[in-house]
Design a protein around this ligand. Sequence first.
Ligand code: NAD
Length: 354
Amino acid sequence: MVICRFRSLLSLSKTNSFFLSSPSTSFSIRTFSSSHIPQHLQNVGFVGLGNMGSRMAINLVKAGYKLTVYDINSDVLKKFSQMGVSTKKTPYEVSEASDVIITMLPSSAHVIDVYTGPNGLLHGGKLLRPWLFIDSSTIDPQTSTNLSATISKYTLKEKKGDQETPAKLEAPVSGSVIAAEAGTLTFMVGGSEEAFVAAKSIFFSMGKSAIYCGGAGSGSAAKICNNLAMAVSMLGVSEALALGQSLGVSATTLTKIFNCSSARCWSSDAYNPVPGVMEGVPSSRDYNGGFSSKLMVKDLNLAVESAKHAECKYPLTSQAQKIYSELCNGGHEARDFSCAFRHYYSGMDENQDH
Ligand code: NAD
């Protein structure tokens, strides 16, 4: 095991605030030697070093992977360079230097651009170095499926065993920025099962669980369904707790009841939306941090589009989409999505007099 010391770095803008903020102190990143990592997994390219990606990339560095990174944000690249991580000027240069590529980008359009745009990961003819591409962005299943089909038309510069064609997995994550930093994300993985098994150690360097969902597109589909259920259950809990307050039952009392009754769910027992009921959750810090209403709208838009595509009914998705869009239009787009309790239902903080 090797202990590496890096100088503390000035914090970046709020989108990339993973560095310790004091320039006068130093911090250590404990890294493991790369000798335990099979050679075909050692050189990892990472594109998209935002709130999530920067933290995931740092966990890979800590685990001993040799990283090469790119982001359009030159400030964040500079910070990685100062940490001794190799940085490149285009996604294609990252691709040329890596055996495995991970992308963590805002939306489908960004993913398409980074893969197939000029100087994108797939630039440079039909031969590719990376044997595996992993896209962890939350995007629509159709784009994930199309991208897998595109990548399957390429050929590996060097065969990997019997494999002649690069593999592609989509592996969107559940878990916030905190989970990305702690390395406790959950990956929902779609694509080749063989590639999933081969890449497991990479997932477990950034997360606590990786669940194989099926063929291409199924990981993206699973992520959208997870967030749809989360959005609706958060609204259900918020609506019930606000009604309870109006009927004279405190949120603390109702939460106790929910958590040992049939209404118990993550929104009631782990991420309670009422300020004053639970410590350490966004509602306890004025809905700062956590998962923004803006990202929730993005995911609900994906769910609506997917439901239309699959010709499924989506009354609750549609209603949740409307409520979260209203919250964003009302100036709460950066607040955690549990703010629906206060800003949509006009629920009261628990420490207020009722
Ligand atoms: P972010 O906006 O903080 O980061 C995205 C990064 O991609 C930025 O650094 C940006 O500069 C970079 N980027 C954009 N276009 C690029 C390009 N063409 N080439 C290279 N880099 C480019 O987003 P995030 O919060 O890190 O989220 C990333 C993905 O993870 C999204 O799909 C999001 O829905 C999903 N997600 C986010 C959270 C969360 O809590 N933030 C949780 C789960 C999943």
